[in-house]
Design a protein around this ligand. Sequence first.
Ligand SMILES: [Zn+2]
Length: 101
Amino acid sequence: MTHNKNEDEYFARRDAELLRQQRAAARKSAVEAERKTHYMKCPKCGYDLITGDWDGVKIEQCTNCHGVWADAAEVEALLKRPTPPNILARVFRAVAKGVTR
Ligand SMILES: [Zn+2]
């Protein structure tokens, strides 16, 4: 009987492990799907973001609320410009002008 008990435990453990793996995979694909629905969407209002090129720096902007997004590398690129330090203000002013156009 000990043999059967061990076998039961083995299968129970294996099933639990399979279930755990299935759940992990399901969770992973759910997270992935969720992420995809947010890709290039405004975090504020959920509308589409469009990428604009401002002085060679890519900045994302919401087509609805006109919120402006730039990732760290983009901001870094802006700040590293050998041009005047107010380039950031200039770019953002241009972005704002671009949407009110
Ligand atoms: Zn928005």
